[in-house]
Design a binder for this molecule. Structure first.
Ligand SMILES: NC(=O)c1ccc[n+]([C@@H]2O[C@H](COP(=O)([O-])OP(=O)(O)OC[C@H]3O[C@@H](n4cnc5c(N)ncnc54)[C@H](O)[C@@H]3O)[C@@H](O)[C@H]2O)c1
Ligand SMILES: O=C(O)C[C@H](O)C(=O)O
Ligand SMILES: [Mg+2]
Length: 474
């Protein structure tokens, strides 16, 4: 079981009241580094009693010894120890609810047969009506095959589900978008394409999530071509949008020009490729990509076609070598790979005022503790450190805008507009090393991203509907 620091667990214990007092149990837990913060009596009794104790601990490492000590105590039976995060996941995190009640026959005959048949026929006569008369109007599929889940890798579709449920929650909580998690038990590119195409009548948009590279490129390209609803691989484009927003602001702090900097991107997978493309589009000229076998360069022919194209577009000096070599003279490090790949001695080789975005989840390429003060601007993908560069800042607002405008796709300029909208939420007065990017909870983020996305969709003729707040503006 993985536990966060400063966490709490719930211990379900059965006490034999003749053999032990509750006070003795409390002091034992205290001696083992636990603090009881809540008590629930689950099953009272004269001789034995079952209680749930919420125990807070400063360090997760003490939980094993604490549990052993409780288990060994005379008169106590330790029934179960649960992490609160696990408890929150019992039965999943989302549910489907009706929007209208069914209280009588009249209601029934309208939501269901016979009334519903008229609605069906209206859609048969004009399929566009499915966008207004069904959940399509506000519903996105979050589709994964479980092959690149966070930085945990190929953990399979069942294990991917908690992340996809989490994404669905974020869609709803942050942007009011109904999202449904779908984890597919196949890694076959053609099969995934066929399944998503077959699912499309149910949804207004497709958010691909945690599908490993290079298959993710082909899957997204084909689905974009073959469907007339937005298809967006979040790990590519959501990440790229947020990264660009963060970099634009970080460069203001160090006073460097985007055209002059050297950027090293570690991990040339889904996120690394898309982020690099976005940086090149934004004006970066010296970008070196590093993957498992070192820098990607033009003297090698790669089995991965995305890397051959990457080599053509990046690394102007055709640098070779490992991360610890090509990092020399870099102004910016961007990690989209795996935990703990960057070390302090690497940072010391970087240019003055280094910017380090260690974005691997859940554990970054270098911890803030190790990076320490040697880094001028530091960011991770996590919510428990300052500067959270996470695609959650992008995807809810992007899909909110795309659905509201019934956009047929999400274009490059819609993404660029979203990036600048996010960056501009941080005002010059607010901008500092620990605040380059707005918080996920900043309620200006989703409306600003939505507005930028809708406006671009209208400008580019991608919008099939002009939302009411965009009408009669002149
Ligand atoms: N903060 C965010 O918003 C955000 C968004 C997307 C992805 N990520 C993180 O980025 C990472 C990659 O995600 P992805 O979807 O691109 O996965 P991916 O599987 O497509 O790519 C991972 C890449 O890292 C490479 N890699 C593995 N070990 C390496 C090493 N030792 N040195 C250099 N490269 C190495 C792999 O070969 C692969 O190319 C994950 O940790 C993920 O959590 C963060
Ligand atoms: O899920 C996240 O927190 C961000 C991103 O989509 C990832 O895969 O790491
Ligand atoms: Mg992801």
């Amino acid at each position: 079981m993985r536990l966060e620091s400063g966490t709490s667990v719930i211990m379900r214990v059965e006490m034999d009241k003749q053999a032990v007092t509750f006070g003795e149990l409390v002091s034992l837990i205290g001696r083992q580094g636990g603090d009881i913060v809540a008590i629930d009596v689950i099953q009272p009794g004269r001789r034995t009693e079952i209680r749930d104790l919420t125990v807070s601990v400063a360090e997760p490492s003490v939980i094993g010894a604490l549990s052993d000590a409780v288990r060994a105590m005379k008169g106590i039976r330790l029934i179960n120890v649960s992490d609160r995060t696990f408890l929150l996941h019992l039965g999943g995190k989302i549910q489907i609810r009706s929007k209208v009640p069914i209280k009588n026959r009249d209601d029934l005959s309208r939501v269901y047969t016979p009334g519903v048949a008229n609605v069906c026929m209206a859609i048969r006569d004009d399929v566009n009506k499915s966008h207004s008369l069904t959940i399509r109007r506000n519903t996105v599929a979050v589709v994964s095959d479980g092959t690149a889940v966070l930085g945990l890798g190929d953990i399979g579709p069942h294990a991917a589900m908690p992340v996809m449920e989490g994404k669905a929650m974020l869609f709803k909580e942050l942007a009011g978008v109904d999202a449904f998690p779908i984890c597919l038990d196949t890694k076959d590119t053609e099969e995934i394409i066929a399944i998503v195409k077959a699912l499309a009548p149910t949804f207004g948009g497709i958010n691909l999530e945690d599908i490993s590279s290079p298959r993710c490129f082909e899957i997204e390209r084909r689905l974009k071509e073959e469907l007339d609803i937005p298809v967006f691989h979040d790990d590519q484009h959501g990440t790229a949008v947020v990264l660009l927003a963060g970099l634009v602001n970080a460069l203001k702090i160090v006073g460097k020009n985007i055209a002059d900097i050297k950027v090293v991107v570690c991990g040339i997978g889904a996120a690394g490729v898309a982020c690099s493309r976005m940086l090149l589009a934004a004006g970066v000229t010296r970008l070196v990509g590093v993957d498992k076998d070192g820098a990607i360069h033009r003297d090698e022919h790669y089995g991965n076609e995305a890397w051959n194209e990457f080599a053509r577009l990046t690394n102007p000096d055709n640098e070779k070598g490992r991360l610890s070599e090509v990092i020399a003279g870099a102004d910016v490090f961007i990690g989209l790979s795996r935990p703990r790949l960057l070390h302090n001695e690497d940072i010391r080789k970087m240019n003055s005022d280094p910017i380090v975005f260690a974005m691997a989840n859940p554990d970054p390429e270098i911890s803030p503790e190790e990076a320490g003060s040697s880094v001028r601007v530091f960011a991770t993908g996590r919510s428990d450190y300052p500067n959270q560069l996470n695609n959650v800042l992008a995807f809810p607002g992007i899909f909110r805008g795309a659905l509201d405008a019934r956009a047929r796709t999400i274009s490059e300029s819609m993404k660029l507009a979203a990036a600048h909208a996010i960056a501009s939420i941080v005002t010059p007065d607010e901008l500092n090393e620990e605040y380059i990017i707005p918080s996920v909870f900043n309620d200006k983020v989703v409306p600003a991203v939505r507005r930028a996305v809708v406006q671009e969709a209208i400008n580019e003729g991608i919008a099939r509907k002009v939302p009411s707040d965009f009408r009669n503006l002149d």
